[in-house]
Design a protein around this ligand. Structure first.
Ligand SMILES: [Zn+2]
Ligand SMILES: [Zn+2]
Length: 266
């Protein structure tokens, strides 16, 4: 039905042309389909390019606009053009300039690194060894809170990403979310059910069912994203995500048009 979190090869770690992603979304009968490419200020991995350069991000925007001109939504999903902004405090000015320069439909805000550690990168998995997992989560959720203070974000991306490889804090992820909840509600942002987590070692959505239930009780709005890095991942597990939301009493999911939230009944 909707899938707002999808990448393109311009980030250097995805494959398939945007047209192929969109074709898959059409085949699945999605109603709304959004690209959300990584921001150019994403932390690089040991000099390896794992995000678009500034020039490549311009190409992304050009390709998206061309795609939108060719695809008016009468045959297939409505096309949304977004960005996955990395929260890196030292790049606040770049993030603001980017937001002002292009009329994105949605800004997903994500935390992928703590200091120079890209904690979700498989090649940096060994750096979890010997760490205080609870402390990693404390630092991670402090970063999420600081990201909300940026006031640039419409959607929190993969809210509990540090669990990707199965590292869970002794106090439970729910306690961190409980602490974050007032800020989340005050910021008025949506939380995505990022279905990619189902295919990672942790084997469940970001966030998982208990957190989704808690957020639903607090009235936090939800959206949906597959975080596809290849066309076959478009819309993955979206049906299960909708079932989870319905089971928690959620009656609509959010899409965005030029950063205005629009509810879609489920
Ligand atoms: Zn990516
Ligand atoms: Zn991400």
């Amino acid at each position: 039905m909707i899938d707002l979190h999808n990448h393109t090869p311009l980030c250097h770690h995805a494959v398939g042309e945007p047209e192929e992603y969109l074709a898959r979304a059409r085949t699945l009968g999605l109603r709304e389909y959004g690209f959300s490419e990584h921001s150019p200020w994403m932390l690089q991995y040991d000099g390896e390019q794992i995000a678009p350069t500034d020039a490549e991000f311009d190409q992304y925007l050009d390709r998206m606009q061309a795609l939108r001109e060719r695809h008016d939504g009468t045959d297939g999903p409505v096309l949304r053009i977004g960005i996955e902004m990395d929260f890196r405090p030292e790049h606040a000015a770049r993030a603001r300039a980017m937001a002002a320069a292009f009329p994105f439909d949605h800004h997903i805000g994500s935390v992928h690194n703590l200091g120079d550690w890209i904690f979700d990168h498989p090649d940096r998995l060994h750096e979890w060894a010997g760490r205080d997992v609870g402390q990693v989560y404390r630092e991670y959720f402090a970063a999420i809170r600081a990201m909300l203070d940026w006031n640039l974000i419409d959607i929190v991306g993969h809210l509990d990403l540090p669990k990707k490889f199965g590292h869970l804090p002794p106090e439970g992820i729910e306690s961190f979310v409980e602490e974050l909840l007032p800020d989340l509600v005050a910021a008025g942002v949506a939380v995505e059910i990022n279905t990619a987590g189902r295919d990672k070692p942790v084997g469940e959505f970001y966030p998982g069912p208990a957190v989704v239930a808690r957020l639903a009780r607090a009235g936090v709005p939800f959206t949906l994203g597959s975080d596809a890095h290849k066309p076959s991942e478009v819309g993955r597990h979206i049906g299960d995500a909708l079932e989870l939301l319905r089971g928690c009493g959620v009656r609509e999911v959010m899409t965005f048009s030029q950063r205005q939230r629009v509810g879609v009944r489920i």
